[in-house]
Each structure stands twice: as C-alpha cells, then as structure tokens.
Write a protein that binds this ligand. Structure first.
Ligand code: HEC
Ligand code: HEC
Length: 123
C-alpha cells in the first residue's frame, strides 16, 4: 500500500502535465477577448456561437488557420462577443443585487439571434 500511493500520485501528476502540454500545443494564437478561457472552453464557446446564429465555423474562419482575422464576419463576431461579455457583467450585477428567487440566465448569441442571422436588406 505504501508503495502504491506514490505510484498513483505520480501517474496523476503525469496526466496533468501531459494534458497541459497538449493544451499548450494547440493554444490559440489570436484570442483578444476570450482570454480567460482554456483551449477546450474556446471550442465549446464557438460551438454555441455557431448554433446561436445558425452558421458553420467557416462563416467566420479560414478553416486552415482559425487564428486568421481575414474574414470580416469574424471581426463583426468579435465585437458581438464583447457585447455579450458586457451584457453578462450586467446580468451578474443584477443577480447579485436585485434578483431574489430566480437568477437571470447569461445572454448568448442565441438570446437575440435564435439560431439564425437576419440578413439585412440593402433596400
Ligand atoms: C460569428 C463568427 C464565428 C463563428 C461562426 C465561429 N467563430 Fe471561432 N472565433 C471567432 C472569433 C471572433 C474568435 C476570436 C475571439 C477573441 O478574439 O477572443 C474566434 C476564435 C476561435 C479559435 C481560436 C483561434 C486562434 O488561434 O486564435 C478557434 C479554435 C475557433 N474560433 C474555432 C471555431 C470553431 C471550431 C467554430 C465552429 C464550431 C467557430 N470557431 C465558429 C468567431 C467565430
Ligand atoms: C442584444 C442582441 C444581440 C446579441 C446578444 C447578439 N447579436 Fe448579433 N446582431 C444583433 C442584431 C439586432 C443584428 C442586426 C440584424 C441581424 O443580422 O440579425 C446583429 C447582427 C449580427 C451579425 C451581422 C449579420 C449580417 O447580416 O451582417 C453577426 C455576424 C452577428 N450579429 C453575430 C453575433 C454573435 C456571434 C453573437 C454572440 C457572440 C451575437 N451576434 C450576439 C443583435 C445581437
């Protein structure tokens, strides 16, 4: 038993280290707003962005280089991510200060877009 515990502990430490290094290899290169999220959290966040506006990843990304800002839609998307972050600071303040029973849910792209973009007519 005395020998097994250090072995288990060592395995655990190695798993954690391996995880971190794998994460670091795929670490995002051009994240300006979602700086608090891990690589995996960014991917999950992006899935919710996609389903929230009803567009695939390539609506905003060059699929060969996700860090590239070459698409205008990605730049627009970044401004909307900032908007959502600001709204959710307010949501948190409301939950802390005035909501007593039910918490307000965080705002997402889906809150306004409901799974599809309205294409603004140029007329
Ligand atoms: C509406 C536009 C939009 C859509 C759709 C979108 N993304 Fe993003 N994505 C962004 C923006 C904007 C950033 C940068 C966020 C920032 O600066 O904090 C980003 C960042 C990323 C990054 C980090 C890239 C790097 O190296 O900096 C990855 C990976 C990523 N997105 C994956 C995806 C995947 C996978 C999908 C589809 C499931 C997707 N995105 C859909 C706008 C979008
Ligand atoms: C507070 C409401 C609100 C939220 C939250 C919101 N949007 Fe929007 N967004 C709008 C409105 C209104 C428009 C203009 C009309 C339209 O295209 O639906 C718009 C337009 C856009 C456009 C431009 C569409 C075009 O045709 O040019 C993109 C891209 C977009 N939003 C992405 C996002 C993403 C990504 C998120 C989540 C990170 C988000 N929005 C969250 C209200 C919102």
């Amino acid at each position: 038993m005395k020998r097994i515990i250090p072995v288990i502990a060592a395995c655990f430490v190695m798993t954690v280290l391996l995880d971190v290094s794998v994460d670091a290899q795929r670490a995002p290169k051009n994240v300006q707003v979602l700086t608090d999220l891990s690589t995996r959290e960014i991917r999950d966040y992006m899935k919710s962005v996609s389903s929230g506006i009803g567009e695939k990843c390539d609506y905003c990304h060059n699929l060969k280089d996700y860090s590239s800002d070459e698409k205008e839609t990605k730049l627009i998307g970044r401004e909307f991510i900032k908007l959502v972050e600001q709204l959710n600071e307010q949501v948190a303040a409301i939950n802390t200060n005035v909501m007593r029973k039910e918490n307000l849910q965080p705002v997402t792209c889906y809150t306004c877009h409901a799974g599809e973009l309205t294409i603004i007519s140029e007329d």
